[in-house]
Design a protein around this ligand. Structure first.
Ligand SMILES: Nc1nc2c(c(=O)[nH]1)N[C@H]1C(S)=C(S)[C@@H](COP(=O)(O)OP(=O)(O)OC[C@H]3O[C@@H](n4cnc5c(=O)[nH]c(N)nc54)[C@H](O)[C@@H]3O)O[C@H]1N2
Ligand SMILES: Nc1nc2c(c(=O)[nH]1)N[C@H]1C(S)=C(S)[C@@H](COP(=O)(O)OP(=O)(O)OC[C@H]3O[C@@H](n4cnc5c(=O)[nH]c(N)nc54)[C@H](O)[C@@H]3O)O[C@H]1N2
Ligand code: SF4
Ligand SMILES: [Mo]
Length: 767
């Protein structure tokens, strides 16, 4: 064993203080000396750190950061350094399984695929393709999503396709579309190297993007450190380093952000010239936020007026600013509306499109960007607009189909609605890939009943036995990262290639091969009778090249990229084309946004009701390349504490685990570092309920009950926190998955579920 640091004890490693050029530091952890290294990038969060996979005798034996990579300059965090051991785990799925007489039994690929094809054909015949739904991931590769997108949209023609990205960063996409007309982050990580100020809203970056946080820490340790504003109800690792930490009540992001915007407008710290030249909607926004005086914000959110003023002063006077928002915004009340206020801050001050300033409507999952780009989340490939007939025609031409074959008569079905259709019975086959909904969906008691229904045929494609595979009718064993070649794009538009390093175990196959095989067996054809995918797609590289054509002229232009170009050096940012052969650091440098009626990805929604607008509605407001400034007033959360359920529950993550722990739970080091779930509560509440550290606490909501050991401190009174990582596959001896408690409610615009609040009561129970 050789490691450059013990990343469990020392999460972020040594400081390399700087301003300007982030120094290189190569982090490495190997269990044996590899015989060779294979280029890849980490798939355990959206940061997408460049890494090499060390291989010996056909096994992964370690990883090291890639010094040349613009994302991480060689660094890796604890998940990146340890998570790969899951590939070698003894309990991988290695053969397809079919449920027979109630039991999952091993079967051949032929048997499993024949059964799926037979079911699909029967259903299409009897009930149309609308009886088939797909629920995919933010963790497959670009080529796999594009294949899936074509299978669903062009082959079957079902509108029911979405990803777990709906639970994750649907709001990121929605907020970017609302303000700028399309998805795509305006800035670059290199903005952090010089920026004067940083804002993190509902984003515990220190724990959830450890390597990006190393960059922030190194700036804080260098000359001219940036000022840091953190908005989070908990005293997180991130908040510890803040110049100003605002700890609002959950669900009050809109009042807090409105209050900040109001102070900045009042102080005349806005950039009038920029606003006039490049935005629409300023007067309406100004009127809405004008009502949010610091005192009113304090009353509603609990953030002291003086602290709000301090934060607004930093954000109103800095000459450069990098902001990030994540789940504390996206999974909380008024998600899209609050996220848009972060965009507004930058627009009002003209702080985007140049070095040092950028907005990250953050992603969480490693490949969520590609789910969105390829349309596997229900959007259309290449950020095309389902309401724009010309965009549909472009796709139809690419796939050689009649435009009517591509479902676009209504907005694509979002995941929460797909689950509802399954519940109600109109979707009769659900194909789940790369996600574990029976831990990650809200209201698990309800969620568990859906796959158990007799009239729903469930396919689950995963690498490990999970809570979800346990309820499937067919389980397909998937090859994962390290075992297949493909590309993926991090939150900063940086595209990486991940080369195959080892063979998958047993008969496991890549998701790409599975989707292409399905297409072949279903005999999907274009309008000239050629088979849809298989006539041209032999390898993922063929799929990548087809994808490049699909992006031509769109914001996410990949036409300048190739497997060869992505191999050997750093990841490369899109757009990458003839004009920008090495990619482009900043979007919107000229203040021209993607809002033009012919180009925009969406005709938008009403921020309050979520009602979709059509092309005719948009004609009246087409800002022709200007950005939208949109304001909204406060609305209270859908469930609030009362006499019976007097506490707020919020949920989230810990540094050592990824999601439902199918990978990190199989690393001894990570699992030992965070072996079990817990409930975090304030010292005040602990005293009031007579609870001490380690006591077992029963937490009850209107939907369910869990038992969790207590952890006291670092949280606002009245609020408790439970991480969502802990399901039951590793034989938990008690109900502990926090989604037993959460509610089925979602944001009207992004349709992202509200995991960040629920009303609960608690009591201490004797062990
Ligand atoms: N270690 C680790 N890293 C990960 C992941 C992981 O599972 N583990 N998952 C990846 C993925 S997919 C994602 S989406 C990201 C998520 O990354 P984050 O969004 O940083 O993670 P969370 O812990 O879900 O939520 C962030 C914070 O929101 C705060 N919060 C709750 N309610 C509110 C509110 O109303 N307002 C505000 N302002 N804050 C609130 C919580 O206290 C919490 O600290 O992490 C990615 N990185
Ligand atoms: N209460 C609460 N609930 C939440 C959240 C929260 O903050 N609070 N966060 C939400 C968010 S942001 C997210 S992203 C979701 C995450 O929720 P999930 O997506 O359900 O979580 P994962 O454990 O990442 O599940 C991914 C699955 O894909 C498998 N897998 C990995 N690689 C591959 C591959 O290449 N192919 C295939 N076929 N399978 C693969 C893994 O083994 C794993 O079982 O949870 C959501 N749920
Ligand atoms: S920050 Fe994210 S991508 Fe980078 S090593 Fe950690 S988990 Fe992997
Ligand atoms: Mo996520």
């Amino acid at each position: 064993m050789k490691e450059t640091r013990d990343s469990i004890q020392d999460i972020w490693g040594q400081r390399t203080g700087y301003e300007g050029d982030w120094p290189v530091r190569v982090d490495e952890r190997i269990e044996e000396e590899p015989d060779h290294w294979v280029q890849s990038a980490c798939v355990l969060c959206s940061n997408g750190c460049g890494m090499d996979i060390g291989v010996k005798d056909g096994r992964i034996v370690g990883v090291r950061g890639r010094a040349v990579d613009s994302v991480n300059h060689g660094r890796l965090g604890p998940k990146g350094l340890h998570g790969w051991v899951a590939n070698n785990s003894q309990d991988r799925l290695t053969r397809p399984l079919i449920r027979r007489n109630g039991k999952l039994e091993e079967a051949s690929w032929n048997e499993a695929m024949d059964l799926i094809v037979q079911k699909s054909k029967e259903l299409v015949e009897k009930h149309t393709a609308s009886s088939i739904g797909f629920y995919t991931s933010g963790q497959l590769f670009l080529e796999e999503y594009y294949a899936l997108g074509i299978v669903g949209k062009a082959g079957l023609g079902t509108p029911h396709m979405d990803g777990n990205t709906r639970l994750c960063t649907a709001t990121a996409a929605a907020a970017l579309k609302v303000s700028f007309g399309s998805d795509g982050q305006p800035g670059s990580y290199s903005d952090l190297d010089t920026t004067e100020a940083i804002l993190h809203v509902g984003h515990n970056i220190a724990s959830q993007q450890t390597v990006l946080w190393m960059r922030v820490l190194d700036r804080l340790a260098g000359p001219n450190p940036p000022k840091l504003v953190v908005i989070d109800p908990r005293a997180t690792y991130t908040a510890e380093k803040a110049t100003v930490h605002l700890a609002p009540r959950v669900g009050t992001n809109v009042p807090v952000m409105n209050g900040i915007l109001n102070l900045i407008i009042q102080a005349g710290q806005i950039n009038q010239e920029y606003i006039e030249a490049h935005t629409v909607g300023f007067e309406e926004l100004k009127q809405i936020v004008a009502k949010w005086t610091p005192e009113r914000v304090e009353h509603l959110s609990g953030v002291p007026a003086a602290k709000l003023r301090e934060a607004a002063h930093i954000l109103g006077t800095c000459k450069t600013l990098v902001s990030t928002a994540l789940q504390g915004v996206y999974q909380s009340m008024q998600a899209t509306a609050a996220a848009v206020q972060v965009n507004n801050l930058h627009l009002l001050r003209g702080l985007l499109g140049h070095p040092g300033s950028g907005i990250y409507q953050m992603n969480g999952q490693p490949t969520a960007q590609n789910t969105r780009e390829c349309g596997a989340d229900g959007d259309l490939p290449g950020f095309r607009n389902w309401g724009n007939e010309d965009h549909i025609k472009e796709l139809a031409a690419l796939w050689n189909l009649h435009p009517d074959q591509i479902p676009h008569w209504a907005p694509p079905t979002h995941a929460m609605q797909i689950w509802r259709y399954c519940e109600q019975g109109s979707i009769k086959l659900l194909w789940i890939s790369g996600t574990n909904p029976l831990v990650s969906l809200p209201d698990l008691d309800r969620a568990r009943k859906i796959p158990a229904k007799e009239d729903l045929f469930v396919i689950v494609q995963d690498a490990f036995p999970t809570e979800t595979t346990a309820l499937a009718d067919v389980v397909l064993p998937a090859a994962i990262w390290g075992e297949k070649t493909g590309c993926f794009t991090n939150v900063g538009r940086t595209v990486h290639i991940s080369h195959k390093a080892i063979d998958p175990p047993g008969e496991a196959r890549s998701d790409f091969d599975i989707f292409v095989d399905y297409s072949r067996r279903m005999d999907f054809r274009d309008q000239d009778g050629n088979s849809l995918l298989t006539s041209t797609w032999q390898t993922t590289e063929d799929a990548f090249n087809a994808w490049r054509e699909c992006t031509r002229g769109r914001p996410c232009d990949y036409t300048g990229l190739s497997y060869a170009k992505l191999t050997g050096g750093s990841g490369i940012q899109w757009p990458c084309n003839e004009q920008y052969p090495d990619g482009k650091k900043h979007l919107y440098e000229d203040g021209v946004f993607n809002t033009n009626i012919d180009y925009c990805e969406t005709y938008g929604h009403d921020l309050e009701t979520g009602a979709a607008r059509n092309q005719d509605d948009y004609k009246l407001i087409d800002p022709k390349g200007k950005a939208f400034l949109k304001g909204i007033d406060y609305e209270p959360p859908h469930e609030v504490p009362d006499k019976q359920y007097p506490l707020w529950l919020t949920t989230g993550r810990v540094v050592f685990h990824f999601h439902t722990r199918t990978k990190t739970g199989r690393s001894k080091a990570l699992q030992e570092a965070a072996p079990d779930s817990y409930v975090q509560l304030s010292t005040e509440d602990a005293a009031c309920y007579g609870i001490a550290d380690g006591d077992m606490v029963e937490v009850v909501s209107r939907r369910g009950k869990v038992l969790e050991p207590a952890r006291v401190g670092d949280i606002e009174p009245g609020l408790i926190f439970i991480p969502f990582h802990y399901g039951y596959w590793d034989k938990a001896d008690r109900p502990r998955a926090v989604n037993e408690l959460t509610l089925t409610e979602w944001d009207p615009v992004s349709k992202q579920p509200h995991y960040k609040y629920a009303a609960v009561h608690i009591r201490k129970v004797n062990a």
